[in-house]
Design a protein around this ligand. Structure first.
Ligand SMILES: [Zn+2]
Ligand SMILES: [Zn+2]
Length: 171
């Protein structure tokens, strides 16, 4: 296998962005509450470390993250929510749904409304604004479950279930 150059470039860009953001938080921590900035620094450091190993993995011809499952696995047990992205620059806002991580203040994944994946999109839409959790059942399988619907229906509501890449835990 060859090095996935596009993914590598993207990851390096992301790494640079996080590093710059961390510098900013460290420098301007007066703007944040003390404990808030400490928490943010911790989160950013974790992300930077993870991205560095991911970049090494890519440089060694490793596969790129699997859409969906591998991204969910990065936010295991975090507080997630499904929502439309509130950005005035985006046209047709209602045509794209995001899985948003409240814990990290970051996008986990997105689902566009297109003819190939309309079922998937609609499934996300049924859980709009609901609290979601990503739960690993074992090394291989990850579930997206809806807390709100689980409580309401008094049974575990699984939205999606997918397989995590085999190499995921080794980086
Ligand atoms: Zn998260
Ligand atoms: Zn729900």
């Amino acid at each position: 296998m060859e090095v996935d150059l596009a993914e590598l470039k993207l990851s390096e860009k992301l790494l640079k962005m996080y590093e710059e953001f961390l510098l900013y938080v460290e420098r301007e921590s007066v703007e944040f509450k003390r404990d808030q900035s400490k928490k943010l620094e911790e989160q950013l450091n974790k992300k930077i470390l993870w991205l560095k190993s991911y970049i090494t993995h890519l440089e060694n011809c490793g596969e790129k993250l699997k859409e969906g499952s591998d991204y969910w696995a990065q936010h295991e047990k975090h507080e997630l929510i499904i929502k439309y992205f509130e950005n005035e620059y985006i046209e047709n806002k209602k045509d794209i749904l995001y899985l948003w991580c409240i814990t990290c203040s970051d996008i986990v994944s997105s689902q566009a409304k297109n003819s190939f994946e309309i079922k998937k999109f609609n499934k996300y839409k049924t859980h709009l604004e609901h609290k979601i959790k990503a739960i690993r059942k074992n090394k291989k399988t990850i579930y997206l479950t809806c807390n709100d619907c689980s409580e309401k229906n008094n049974e575990n509501t699984i939205i999606f279930c997918s397989e995590v890449s085999e190499w995921f835990d080794s980086i």
